[in-house]
Design a protein around this ligand. Structure first.
Ligand code: 13P
Ligand code: SF4
Length: 301
């Protein structure tokens, strides 16, 4: 029996659903029941009737699934797969900014630890940040931890006063404007599609800016045939599956998130075999982090 067949068999035996992010290796996306961006994955985790959720993604994604489904077993095939940006703000910093403003909302990108979420008023993802922040009554917004997403949203909401935090994704921030300009010169017909975690100097060259699902949907629906993709190379799998006749260019072979690539098919199978590692969390922290996540789901509807 192949690894894939064994995964499918065990999945049924364990009453499990496999959720995967677009950045995990293609072999893992292929066996998943659902592949999506962070927002779609959080919603799918909530709607899952299965007793077990296997989360093929980085730590904060499994953690969010557990917070939203505390009664379920959430398996994370590799506990060490962690998003460095999730740690780029501290609870102390959040409380310091809270103390400086009366009319303030702490808006936290889902790429954050449960501890940071527990200190925040609402969570956002790249797919819903604009809608959620626009709906908040507060004028002052402390946006954590991603400075680039925060700046991108701030530019669209001039009525708000954004306080930004110095956090970033090393994968997206590493993309070079010079290399993108070269790529654009080489492929003058191509549209540039970028994730909002990219720096402002990349985003100002983009024809479309959106979440991983947003990028895939845009490329699929667009009349154009050629695209330069400014996000992690894992999206190439779905882009090419959905659009076999379109051409997708990635700079220098495509940026790679080393943490997402730790999720292999072998580790996924091992999780289903052993029912480990399972996400374990402090109950009080889970309850405090749940409220801002639920507020996101409500405001983003
Ligand atoms: P999406 O929510 O757009 O899938 O992004 C998640 C992420 O980690 C981007 O680096
Ligand atoms: Fe974190 Fe960047 Fe990897 Fe996304 S691509 S999980 S933001 S390190």
């Amino acid at each position: 029996m192949s690894l894939e067949e064994r995964v499918q068999q065990l999945k049924l035996e364990r009453d499990a659903i496999i959720l995967a992010h677009y950045y995990v290796p293609a072999e893992v996306q292929r066996v998943a029941d659902f592949v999506g961006d962070s927002y779609a994955l959080a919603k799918r985790a909530m709607a899952a009737p299965q007793k077990v959720i296997v989360f093929a993604g980085v730590h904060f994604m499994g953690e969010s699934a557990k917070i939203l489904n505390p009664e379920k077993t959430v398996l994370v095939p590799e506990l060490a797969a962690d998003c460095p940006m999730a740690h780029m703000v501290s609870p102390e910093k959040i409380e310091e900014v809270r103390g400086a403003y009366e009319d303030l909302a702490v808006v936290c990108y889902i790429n954050s630890t449960a501890e940071i979420k527990a200190h925040s008023d609402v969570i956002v993802t790249s797919a819903n940040a604009l809608k959620v922040v626009r709906a908040l009554p507060e004028k002052n917004i402390f946006f954590v931890p991603d400075e680039n997403l925060g700046r991108f949203i701030a530019a669209q909401l001039p009525e708000k006063n954004f306080i930004l935090n110095e956090g970033h994704c090393h994968v997206h921030a590493g993309l070079s404007r010079e290399r993108l300009l070269e790529e654009m010169e080489r492929h003058p017909q191509a549209e540039v599609l970028a994730h909002p975690e990219c720096t402002a100097e990349i985003l100002e060259l983009a024809h479309y800016i959106g979440s991983t699902s947003g990028i895939i949907n845009y490329a699929t629906e667009a009349e154009g045939e050629e695209f330069i993709i400014c996000t992690e190379e894992g999206v190439a799998y779905e882009l090419r599956e959905k659009n076999p006749h379109k051409t997708f260019h990635f700079m220098d072979g495509g940026p790679i998130c080393p943490d997402m690539k730790l999720i292999t098919l072998e580790k996924l199978l091992h999780s289903l075999e052993t029912m480990e590692p399972a996400m374990e969390m402090d109950e009080d922290k889970m309850a405090r982090a749940k409220a801002p996540l639920e507020r996101m789901l409500e405001l983003a509807k």
